[in-house]
Design a protein around this ligand. Structure first.
Ligand SMILES: [Zn+2]
Ligand SMILES: [Zn+2]
Length: 359
């Protein structure tokens, strides 16, 4: 795997740097705002892009998201959270329904009645990959409709040329590990198809909510540590190669970071709040949804669909602007949580919102 370390210094080149800089989308009046690494691949017509670049094309929002926009002084509108919950149900439920129907339709005495763990792994991996593609399309649509935070200073970043391959590799590692991890940690049993009250408890929204908060607890300390200690920052800096990310760049990370974030932190959360196997499927989709949402910069009040409203009275709910500000701060930190602001509020590492303040 690639071991390139992306340093803050290489991102923040001086204005007169001669190479490796894409000036095309940086307005002349605003060059002091930092220059960006090269993203020549987006200038090529689709037919001329290589296999990895074509896959990365999935992450491209509309052209206006990459060009500085006039300042919008209105507060961001509220995104209808019930519409988002409905979208999640429509996207998450089919995989469960298909497996349940299979077990219902294929006779019990048939060799094909049950799904071997490898079959379940392939099926749920394809389902998760499909979910991610639909998710990115869903979010980039909102980016186009609502615009993005900070767009009057600087638009979104393209994936740099040198990270296109790494991004696709990261996505594959992410979807494979999360699918496999969910089946293992949930204790997949080929004789137990998806069923409410059996492989999905009736209290699953509460269980998943607690699991996500627990996960955020472990993530907070891990994330704060990698920003604090230089020898750990070098593993996290690749994720911070963008200050204005896009949904799929939420997955761009170094090898060590991937192992910790994709497997170890969910494992730790599962030791505190164990989930059943099909609850894991639901949880990992919600987790991916919030991670992608948080990296979109969509200029809208958009909070966690499961626990956002519960945390809002305490000022602990995560919205898109919070993680967007985390990327703008870079190494200096703030807003370390990625599902909530509970621990940022408790440990005083919260950053006040700039555009998303209620008026
Ligand atoms: Zn970070
Ligand atoms: Zn991030």
């Amino acid at each position: 795997m690639l071991q390139t370390t992306y340093t803050e210094a290489s991102y923040e080149q001086p204005v007169n740097a001669e190479t490796n800089v894409d000036l095309q989308h940086v307005p002349a009046s605003n060059v002091t705002y930092k220059l960006r690494p090269t993203a020549n691949w987006v200038q090529k017509p689709y037919e001329k892009r290589n296999f990895w670049e074509r896959l990365a094309t999935l992450d491209l929002a509309s052209d206006k998201c990459y060009v500085v926009q006039p300042q919008n002084t209105n507060p961001p509108p509220n995104l209808n959270v019930w519409r988002e919950r409905l979208w999640l149900i429509v996207m998450i439920a089919p995989a469960l329904i298909i497996q349940a129907l299979w077990y219902y339709i294929i006779p019990e005495n048939s060799f094909f009645h049950t799904w071997h763990p490898i079959v379940a792994f392939i099926f749920y991996h394809l389902a998760f990959f499909t979910f991610i593609i639909r998710l990115v399309k869903h979010i980039t649509y909102y980016m186009d409709v609502y615009g993005t935070f900070d767009e009057y200073k600087r638009p979104r970043d393209y994936v740099p040329d040198k990270y296109v391959y790494r991004l696709i590799l990261s996505i594959l590692i992410y979807t494979l590990a999360r699918t496999g991890g969910g089946l293992i940690l949930g204790g997949y049993n080929r004789y137990s198809p998806p069923s409410l009250g059996h492989t999905i408890s009736w209290a699953f929204p509460i269980k998943i909510g607690i699991w996500l908060i627990t996960l955020d607890f472990f993530f907070y300390f891990y994330h704060r540590a990698v920003h604090t200690f230089p020898f750990l920052w070098k593993y996290h800096s690749k994720h911070h190669s963008t200050k204005h990310p896009t949904p799929l760049q939420s997955i761009l990370a170094d090898d060590l970071q991937e192992i910790i974030e994709i497997f170890l932190i969910p494992l730790a959360a599962s030791l505190v709040m164990p989930l059943l196997v099909h609850e894991f499927w639901i949880a990992q989709c919600i987790l991916a949804y919030v991670e992608a949402m948080g990296h979109s910069g969509t200029r809208v009040y958009w909070t966690h669909p499961l626990i956002g409203e519960i945390l809002r009275p305490f000022g602990m709910e995560l919205t898109v602007e919070d993680h967007d500000l985390h990327h703008r701060y870079g190494k200096s930190g703030k807003n370390y949580g990625k599902q909530t602001r509970i621990f940022d509020r408790i440990f005083n590492t919260i950053s006040e919102r700039i555009e998303g303040v209620e008026k």
